[in-house]
Write a protein that binds this ligand. Structure first.
Ligand SMILES: Nc1nc2c(c(=O)[nH]1)N[C@H]1C(S)=C(S)[C@@H](COP(=O)(O)O)O[C@H]1N2
Ligand SMILES: [Mo]
Length: 501
């Protein structure tokens, strides 16, 4: 049996790398057909997000911004590929050690998957399958291709590489339109007409200027922020929303229950606490859903329950002040966004929206649980990671246009300003060191949305600095103090330098 393999170490490493990638691809396909979050790459990346120290994740996000997730996944794939190459090398001399290494790797993936919140023991299958495929491919290589009298290695490469590419293509298909796709459920859902339509802002809700954010942000352009490496795939037919904790009676609602209730429609601007001054992690949508206060009232909330914890199907949590839900604002369980069922990325089939709170303490997507508790009793996801307990959104204003260049003469300077629930009462623009000039404001129906502002500026050639500031509905002028996003939102004034020619 002890024929010394004659393939070069390099060929062994390449075979191991290819075997690992083929394994990953097959694991990916198995996950796409059942539970996408159980894919080895997804489960491993998710686990890293969960266990990496706070400082490291802050440093990484600061460095690469919203590329953090793609880069993390790519990094994990690279690490698995390197481990595969290592296993290939090892197999050349010590096949049993190499087999053991592959098994250990598969078990790491399987453990990562089954420990993800909301996943069952079945989530181990894609990683175990990936390991089995890797073993099988390496065994095949060792038996048939690694000796001097072996058939052409091109056959091996074509078969394994082809199978991997086919598996990746099939998982893409499965995720979109195939058996595991939820897009067809989404498209099949007919949203009822609202019982209480949104108040129309008025004739001048949208200045309709080139480069200016539209009053309603199209779903496809709406910013997306969440911790999900692979967005949860929620089956709307079995989905439920459970209300429990410090309540008189537990309640559970199905999608049909929600759709059969009074549906309200509201324009509400959502923004992220980690939005930098002048940043784009903010958007305004027309939400359709049920009143959160009505829903909770049915369960009978214990007056001592000062915190409403909302939990998503992937275990993420937000904690909101119960008081704010009941103070008359339009807090809602939303099922529609701009006339469409909630997009998968934005929480299909249901999410919370609470006007006046940052997303991390209110806007739970893929929501499955509402638990009444206290702030003493429980800290939600981002609170345990250094962010503040709920505080009001800070007044912000942003220059959308121009951003860098303009022609001399009359130039429209325009943007948006927001201070959800308090509203925006004034916006002013400063050119260089001149006096603040009042801007025109668009019509808004409530203080829960952002407000467009506009000023016609007679621009003279040269470089100019434009700075904007807003005043909220309480008459409070936006502060010029510069503060970073941690722990409760950035402050400071947005300014741009424009070259006029
Ligand atoms: N399940 C879940 N919901 C979530 C989050 C998350 O990580 N997981 N992130 C929150 C944060 S921080 C923000 S700012 C908003 C963003 O909502 P959007 O992606 O629809 O714009 O969702 C909130 N809801
Ligand atoms: Mo956020």
């Amino acid at each position: 049996m002890n024929t010394t393999p004659t393939a070069t170490p390099r060929a062994w490493a390449a075979a191991g790398l290819l075997a690992a990638l083929a394994g990953l691809a097959v694991g990916q396909l198995a996950a796409a057909l059942t539970e996408p979050r159980s894919a080895p790459l997804s489960a491993l990346s998710d686990t890293i997000v969960a266990i990496v120290p706070l400082e490291v994740s802050h440093w990484f996000i600061d460095l690469v911004g919203t590329l953090d997730k793609p880069l993390l996944i790519l990094g994990v794939a690279g690490a698995v590929a390197v481990a595969g190459a290592g296993a290939g090398l090892l197999w050349r001399r010590r096949p049993w050690a190499a087999r053991a290494a592959v098994v250990v790797l598969a078990l790491v993936g399987a453990t990562a998957a089954v420990t993800r919140p909301g996943l069952s023991a079945w989530a181990a299958v894609p990683s175990l399958l990936a390991g089995a495929v890797t073993l099988g491919v390496l065994q095949w290589w060792a038996g048939r291709y690694s000796r001097s009298e072996s058939p052409s290695r091109r056959g091996f490469l074509t078969a394994v590489g082809g199978a991997a590419v086919a598996a990746v293509a099939a998982s893409w298909w499965a995720g979109r339109v195939g058996p595991a796709g939820i897009e067809s459920d989404r498209e099949a859902l007919v949203l009822p007409e609202p019982d209480v339509p949104a108040a129309e802002p008025g004739p001048m809700a949208d200045f309709d200027e080139q480069g200016l954010s539209s009053y309603l942000t199209p779903n496809a352009d709406f910013y997306r922020i969440d911790t999900a490496i692979t967005v949860p795939r929620v089956d709307v037919d079995t989905w439920t929303l459970r209300v429990h904790g410090m309540v008189d009676r537990e309640r559970t609602y199905t999608m049909d229950d929600l759709l059969g209730r009074e549906l309200i429609e509201r324009d509400i601007t959502l923004c992220c606490v980690s939005n930098q001054v002048g940043g784009d992690l903010v958007g305004n949508a027309r939400w359709l859903g049920v009143s959160l206060a009505d829903l909770l009232a049915e369960a009978g909330v214990d007056p001592a329950a000062d915190q409403l914890v909302s939990r998503s199907s992937d275990g993420w949590t937000a904690g909101s002040p119960t008081e704010l839900v009941f103070d008359g604002r339009d807090a809602m369980v939303a099922v529609g966004m701009n006339g469409k069922p909630l997009p998968v990325d934005h929480g299909w089939p249901a999410r919370l929206v609470i006007p006046g709170l940052y997303g991390y303490v209110s806007a739970t997507k893929w929501v499955t649980e509402l638990e009444l508790t206290t702030f003493d009793e429980y800290d939600a996801y981002w609170i345990t990671r250094g962010w503040s307990t709920p505080r009001p959104i800070k007044t912000q204003s942003r220059i959308d246009t121009p951003r860098s260049k303009a022609g001399a003469g009359s130039v429209v300077v325009a943007g948006v300003a927001w201070a959800q629930h308090r509203g925006i009462s004034a916006v002013e623009l400063r050119v260089d060191d001149e006096d603040w000039r009042p801007c025109s404001l668009s019509d808004v129906a409530t203080g829960d949305t952002w407000r467009q502002w506009l000023l016609e500026w007679d621009a003279e050639p040269g470089d100019h600095t434009l700075t904007v500031r807003a005043t909220d509905g309480d008459g409070e002028v936006q502060t010029s103090d510069v503060h970073g996003v941690v722990p409760d939102g950035a402050t400071g004034l947005h300014s741009v330098t424009v070259t006029v020619s």
